[in-house]
Design a protein around this ligand. Structure first.
Ligand SMILES: Nc1nc2c(c(=O)[nH]1)N[C@H]1C(S)=C(S)[C@@H](COP(=O)(O)OP(=O)(O)OC[C@H]3O[C@@H](n4cnc5c(N)ncnc54)[C@H](O)[C@@H]3O)O[C@H]1N2
Ligand code: MOO
Length: 402
């Protein structure tokens, strides 16, 4: 049986992902969205030379031991001093206020000895001291963030500071999720013999929803061709951009998902990849809809969604690196030899003597949900890896994060 290498599978998926259109969104709505156009500064920041301290705006050269300066006015944030500072003069100033013309330094008030309208300073400041020069943070017209940047709270605060009330962000896809299997019942149902609680969609929906305009859970359908076809037709007619099924992906007599998808016009791009867990992954397209047939085993479903669907969605939204951040960390304990399939091994991030390490979890059963729930990352163990000693540097995929 030929199994497609993981990297080739991902390349083939990414090649099918369309480029999202841009939409304009108010800044307050844009957290977690990806820029579809560069973010340009609307003005200089700060828009004027601004004081970084509460104190006195002075002419540095005028500070001579024993000489006092005359305080001729006040510059407040939002209400600057209109006049100019002449020789022997200074202006009382507060943090964020415009530095008046003539002044070239600010001295904090803790370093001033005040005597009525006169003030003395013990040390001459260097010119520019405690002044944030106009445009120091950014200049009008400057590209602050390129298209493809994820808008975080930090980036949003900067976008606001740059006077942008709205952003052009990538339009997100509509995703449909469907669980298949005669044995499945909803959480909270008393189990009859042989029944299993359907858990996959409860992980997939929150995993994928940060990337989706709308994510619809189409529930559970049994291993029945007609019933499955009816449910899938409803999904296709809903204009979903992406369909994610779980279960019925393998070679058993009731593994009918691929057959029914094909009968409804899905072109299968590949089926079965050289990885564990997740071997029976299927990927295809029907018109504009990308179709992922994930294995039913709960760990296989979540791992294949993390390794293939998340990158596809990152590419969809235009993120510069669809594979996500590359992490390489030393092992906290040895790994056993691997077989012929690339292994995505559950693991935890840990610290030892001030170093970040990754601790493998020994459980490899693709139905073992509690070990995946405890994992922070997946170690990528290459095909036929002989096993690595503690301290060896390994590739790691983060389970959390965009
Ligand atoms: N003869 C072979 N048998 C199997 C092979 C193979 O190559 N040859 N591959 C195995 C691998 S690897 C996997 S992975 C599974 C995948 O099988 P299916 O995708 O057909 O999944 P099901 O048989 O429908 O279910 C497997 C397992 O997962 C449970 N399940 C299904 N859906 C859900 C759900 N929504 N929530 C929770 N649990 C679910 C289901 O009850 C089964 O226990 O095939 C191997 N077999
Ligand atoms: O590939 Mo299956 O997902 O190992 O159990």
């Amino acid at each position: 049986m030929s199994l497609l290498p993981v990297d080739e599978a991902l390349t083939r998926i990414l090649a099918r992902v369309p480029q999202a259109r841009g939409e304009t969104l108010a800044l307050a709505e844009a957290n977690g969205r990806v820029l579809a156009a560069p973010l340009i500064a609307g003005h200089n920041q700060p828009p004027f030379d601004a004081s970084a301290m509460d104190g006195y705006a002075v002419r540095a050269a005028d500070i001579v031991e024993g000489h006092a300066l005359e305080v001729i006015g006040v510059s407040q944030a939002g209400a600057g001093y209109e006049g100019a500072v002449g020789r022997g003069q200074c202006v009382r100033i507060f943090t964020g206020a415009p530095v008046p013309s003539g002044a070239d330094a600010v001295i904090m008030q803790e370093e001033a000895q005040v005597d009525g309208r006169l003030v003395r300073f013990s040390e001459r400041p260097r010119p520019g001291r405690s002044i944030r020069p106009l445009g120091n943070d950014f200049a009008a017209g400057q590209t602050l963030l390129p298209a493809g940047t994820l808008m975080t709270p930090f980036a949003l605060a900067m976008a606001a500071a740059a006077n942008n009330p709205a952003l052009i962000v990538a339009e997100r896809p509509r995703i449909a999720v469907l669980a298949t299997g005669d044995e499945l019942v909803l959480p909270g149902t008393p189990l009859a013999p042989g029944q299993i609680v359907a858990s996959n969609s409860y992980g997939l929906v929150p995993l994928l929803s940060p990337y989706a305009r709308e994510i619809s859970d189409y529930g559970i359908v049994g291993d029945d061709r007609a019933a499955l076809a009816t449910r899938l037709e409803a999904i296709f007619s809903s204009q979903a951009d992406m369909l994610v099924t779980t279960g019925g992906a393998s070679v058993g007599d009731r593994d009918i998902v691929q057959e029914v998808l094909t009968s409804l016009g899905v072109t299968v791009d590949f089926w079965r990849i050289n990885m564990r867990p997740g071997k029976p992954l299927m990927f295809g397209t029907r018109g504009k809809t990308l179709v992922f047939g994930l294995p039913g085993n709960p760990v296989s479903a979540m791992v294949t969604a993390s390794v293939f669907i998340k990158p596809a969605l990152r590419r969809w939204l235009g993120l510069a690196d669809p594979r996500g951040p590359a992490l390489r960390l030393p092992l906290a304990a040895p790994t056993p030899p691997n077989g012929a399939r690339r292994h995505f091994m559950r693991a935890n991030l840990t610290m030892f003597e001030d170093r970040s390490l990754v601790m493998p979890i020994s459980e490899t059963d693709s139905g073992h949900t509690s070990s995946l729930a405890k994992a922070d990352v997946l170690i990528v163990q290459s095909e036929n890896d002989p096993g690595q000693p503690a301290g060896a540097i390994v590739d790691v995929v983060l389970l959390a994060g965009f």
